[in-house]
Design a protein. Structure first.
Length: 111
């Protein structure tokens, strides 16, 4: 149940294009809330809400540095989501391989 909740939070956070852009920016290194907000033309409070959703999902971590709040990529946030995706990728790959084998067999019997 806990893993499902973490997955829900991760996918919900990743569903927003602004949040995905924030993660892409953080891939270049940590940034302050104001640095993250500036390209989107939103307030620091608005960016704080996006960062809070990302932080709840474990995708980013924040720390107070002087008078600013620094944001960096989280250590483990995508692990659960990647494991879930990998599981279903393998499942569907096996099913598609089976379908391919069946269709190949059917094609061979029609010749």
């Amino acid at each position: 149940m806990v893993q499902q909740e973490r997955l829900n939070q991760a996918f919900s956070a990743l569903a927003d294009p602004t949040r995905r852009s924030v993660l892409a920016r953080l891939g270049e290194g940590p940034a302050s809330l104001s640095e993250l907000a500036e390209p989107f033309g939103i307030t620091i409070t608005g960016m704080q809400k996006h960062v809070a959703a990302l932080e709840a999902a474990g995708l980013v971590a924040t720390a107070k540095v002087g008078r600013t709040r620094q944001v960096r990529l989280g250590d483990e946030g995508l692990d659960d989501a990647m494991a879930w995706i990998a599981f279903y990728r393998r499942l569907w790959q096996r099913r598609l391989d089976g379908l391919d084998a069946y269709l190949t067999l059917q094609k061979g019997t029609q010749s």
